[in-house]
Design a protein around this ligand. Structure first.
Ligand code: SF4
Length: 487
């Protein structure tokens, strides 16, 4: 946990050792990319900035980078645009980490205080606050915690709709432990709340169960369970000497199939120190990812850019992920995530005045394609970029257009306005409109189903790869069921 808030920061306080500068020339970097040479950090900086010899983005140079990346994408993975039929089931918003770019979490004290208030109301007690930090928080919050039974029900519903993947990323609830043994270890500390961010489930109104319980509950009928980020894995081993491989192996036994490499943000300490000082460091993130892959799990990797970071940080991040992939080979896709600034502490306190520009987004995707000679799939996230730009990015080096995500709390609560859901019919219509072939994929990209597009795209397309999928559309026709997307 960290005591820093965005209110303590001013843009003037932020200065970085790593800045966009290089000994390389843009034209040389572009020539290397054209020849298929492995790019260096300096090359990536030149391409991301369209040349450090000039201020701002040069339009002509940018187009040259985008064109090259689009061509590389076609050579490496062809013209298909993939997507996965999936459901997001985030277990809890309770979290004390306090990342300054996040408005998903609700401080865990709020949940505790709410439970106390309900207890007081029922037993008539005077209700002294047990934790002085409660005074800092408003008991009102829109957060939630789900029990394993809740998660099972949600996944069952999703399976009936044909999904093949459940993706679950959650806040670091203090009552969360890997399993019963972990609960005992954590409870054995003298001051568990202070030392290991642990409070027993009885403190809260809703018990999230253990990580193992939740994974087991979501692992139904062969659905692919994509969960436990490096940050969650850290939480699932806190206060123990277990390795990440131990933790991920235990979760794999419970039904975990792959791990999302989110929580990466920018893998450069001077940036993490500003935007997520309470989070694990870059080295720990990499160790957790290696542990997941040593346990036999596939992973993904992300970058969250466009806040206080600069092009040098982005290039350094790409290098760390490429090095990790050289050692492991288990990263199935790379997912650039543009910072959604609205409603985040960083924006509300004036530390940043917006997110990345369109040109920066395009270059981030393009340079990712050119830099990663060892990761095939680059994702364009419609949740972060919106439909129009998301589609444009499929012509800048990306080949995957994310998933149907039947529910997505994180981006919605951070102010993203790009809706919550894409049906297979939406995908067919959008991808066909840019002249590419829509392909439903499994999470790990090993199974693919090209979709034959009828002359008139209608709402009759449904997922076919899920354990219970039979091609029935995910939802009834639009005029029968309102869809939240883009409203
Ligand atoms: S980004 Fe994750 S770890 Fe950080 S505050 Fe939000 S929910 Fe917690």
């Amino acid at each position: 946990m960290t005591g820093r808030s965005a209110a303590d920061l001013s843009p003037d306080d932020i200065s970085f050792e790593h800045v966009p500068a290089s000994d390389q020339a843009f034209e040389n970097a572009l020539a290397k990319a054209r020849d298929g040479d492995r790019l260096t950090v300096d090359d990536a900086v030149e391409l991301l900035t369209t040349g450090t010899d000039r201020d701002g983005i040069d339009r002509e140079r940018k187009e040259a980078v985008l064109e090259l990346a689009d061509r590389r994408r076609a050579e490496e993975v062809g013209d298909d645009v993939t997507f996965v039929a999936n459901l997001n089931n985030n277990v809890t918003t309770a979290c004390n980490v306090g990342c300054l770019f996040c408005n998903f979490k609700d401080t865990a004290h709020q949940f505790e205080r709410e439970a106390q208030a309900k207890r007081r109301a029922s037993d008539g007690s005077s209700g002294e606050q047990s934790d002085p930090r409660d005074a800092d928080h408003d008991a009102e919050h829109a957060g939630f915690t789900k029990t394993p039974a809740d998660s099972r029900r949600i996944v069952e519903d999703g399976l009936d709709m044909g999904i093949s993947e459940v993706c679950s990323v959650s806040g670091l609830h203090p009552a969360f432990a890997l399993d019963d043994e972990h609960h005992e270890i954590l409870a054995g500390y003298d001051e568990p709340a202070r030392e290991v961010n642990y409070k027993p489930p009885a403190v809260y109104e809703t018990d999230p169960g253990t990580y193992v319980d939740q994974i087991d509950a979501m692992s139904v009928d062969g659905i692919h369970v994509h969960s436990i980020t490096p940050e969650e894995a850290y939480h699932a081993r806190r206060g123990t000497d277990w390795s990440y491989e131990d933790v991920y192996s235990r979760l794999r036994e419970a039904g975990l199939d792959s791990a999302p490499g989110t929580a990466a943000e920018i893998l450069v300490e001077e940036v993490r120190d500003v935007v997520c000082p309470g989070k694990i460091g870059s080295g720990e993130w990499i160790e957790a990812m290696e542990g997941a892959m040593a346990a036999g799990l596939d992973t993904t990797a992300t970058i969250m850019y466009g806040h206080v970071d600069n092009a040098m940080h982005r290039a350094m991040h790409l290098k760390r992920v490429r090095d990790l992939q050289d050692r492991t080979g288990g990263i199935r896709e790379f997912v650039p995530l543009s910072f959604v600034h609205q409603n985040t502490p960083l924006y509300e306190h004036g530390v940043v005045d917006g997110g990345a520009s369109d040109a920066e987004d395009e270059l981030m995707i393009a340079v990712s394609r050119l830099f990663f000679d060892n990761i095939d799939n680059i994702q364009s996230s419609w949740v972060k970029y919106g439909d129009a730009k998301g589609l444009k990015l499929l012509n800048c080096g990306a080949n995957d257009f994310m998933g149907t995500i039947l529910s997505e709390e994180i981006t919605k609560r951070a102010g993203g306005s790009y809706g919550e859901f894409r049906s297979v019919a939406d995908y067919v219509e959008m991808i066909d409109a840019i002249g590419r072939r829509p392909v439903e994929r499994s999470t790990d990209y090993r199974t693919k189903r090209p979709i034959n597009v009828a002359g008139d795209s209608d709402d009759s397309y449904g997922p076919a790869l899920g354990p219970r999928a039979d091609g029935t559309p995910l939802l009834p026709a639009a005029d029968e069921e309102p869809v939240a997307a883009d409203d």
